[in-house]
Design a protein around this ligand. Structure first.
Ligand code: IPM
Ligand code: MG
Length: 347
């Protein structure tokens, strides 16, 4: 059986890390598992340069017909201040795929606690999953640009909250059984709807799960004070964007952090959390681990290949334990040499 993967290298370090993820996928599945066909598409800044559109129609067609989408990263100073932004392409892609739940696991790798900016005893054993709503909220509301006055509208419907909350509760069932829902219900109407919808779903269908509500400002603090107490963190689009960057460094580097974006049906979207890192683009310095671990998430969530996903994750963990790694985690490897080390375990 051949499965189609839309392959979107994107901008900056995107092509370097996406190539690593693709290689890991090809190696991990060479003996058994699905047979992948990659279709490379222009996306982000490069697509603005070539097609005057960050998400050209041809890319859209390939992505919506694909079995999964593998993305590097988008954006860069070259397109700052332009009429078209690469990031707009990413939002349109998420919307087109209907991937309303963004899963961002944060785990401290055993023996790697010293990489964390936190004291090692706080960083040890951290294992949380951030479930970020991805296709609603202020990212997609009505917008008014302006030099004197500007406006970004934030809208949520009960249905949008329920469907992503369901993903969080289901994930908690397979983990430690706890959901922390983050909002700003002391100020925002959308947050009060959020809290009420999460409460109702919990009461009706997930009373076996422990549920707590935490205000987003307090959450930013608690994540640093006691990251080890969290299991699944559920939150809306923008709070999730901010908190997932904060949480990712607890494990040592945002370069290690993968993500999966999933919806009801159709292709999932897999991308590392980090951005295009224009300062090191083209220098073979980027950490490929976040992208490679995103490939593992693709095997798990889109193709139900749990065993193959674990093989990739173990290869990354072993490489880290052996002291390999790129500069962001204090290592001496390049992007390609670190990829080689991880891939040796897959070949
Ligand atoms: C992320 C990124 C994107 C977001 C940007 C590039 C639009 O920061 O995936 O977290 O804000 O969602
Ligand atoms: Mg972000």
């Amino acid at each position: 059986m051949s499965l189609t993967i839309a392959y979107l290298p994107g901008d900056g370090v995107g092509p370097e890390v996406a190539a690593a993820a693709r290689r890991a996928l090809e190696l991990a599945t060479q003996e058994s598992g699905p047979d992948f066909r990659f279709i490379e598409c222009d996306f982000g800044g490069v697509a603005i340069d070539r097609h005057n559109d960050p998400f050209p129609a041809e890319t859209r067609e390939i992505c919506t017909a694909a079995d999964a989408v593998l993305l590097g990263a988008v954006g860069g100073p070259k397109w700052d201040g332009g009429r078209l932004r690469p990031e707009a392409g990413l939002l349109a892609l998420r919307k087109a795929l209907g991937v309303y739940a963004n899963l961002r696991p944060v785990q401290t790798f055993a023996g790697m606690e010293t990489l964390s900016p936190l004291k090692s005893d706080r960083a040890a054993g951290v294992d949380m999953l951030i479930v970020r709503e991805l296709t609603g909220g202020v990212y997609f509301g009505d917008r008014e640009e302006g030099t004197e006055r500007a406006r970004d509208e934030c809208v949520y419907t009960r249905e949008e909250v329920e469907r992503v909350a369901r993903i969080a509760f289901e994930a908690a069932r397979g983990r430690k059984g706890k959901v922390t829902s983050v909002d700003k219900a002391n100020v925002l109407a959308t947050s009060r709807l959020w809290r009420a919808a999460v409460e109702k779903l919990h009461k009706e269908e997930y009373s076996d799960i422990e549920l707590e509500h935490v205000l987003v400002d307090a959450m930013a603090m608690k994540l640093i004070q006691a990251p080890g107490v969290y299991d699944v963190i559920l939150t809306e689009n923008m709070f999730g964007d901010i908190l997932s960057d904060e949480a990712s460094v607890i494990a040592g580097s945002i370069g290690l952090a993968p993500s999966a974006s999933v919806g009801e049906t159709g292709a999932g979207l897999y991308e590392p959390i980090h951005g295009s890192a224009p300062d090191i683009a083209g220098e073979n310095k980027a950490n490929p681990a976040g992208a490679i671990l995103s490939a593992a998430m693709m095997l798990r969530y889109s193709f139900k290949e749990e065993a193959l996903a674990s093989v990739i994750e173990k290869a990354v963990q072993d490489a880290l334990e052996d002291g390999s790694g790129t500069a962001d985690i204090g290592g001496r490897d390049s992007c390609t040499s670190f990829t080689d080390i991880i891939c040796q375990a897959l070949a």
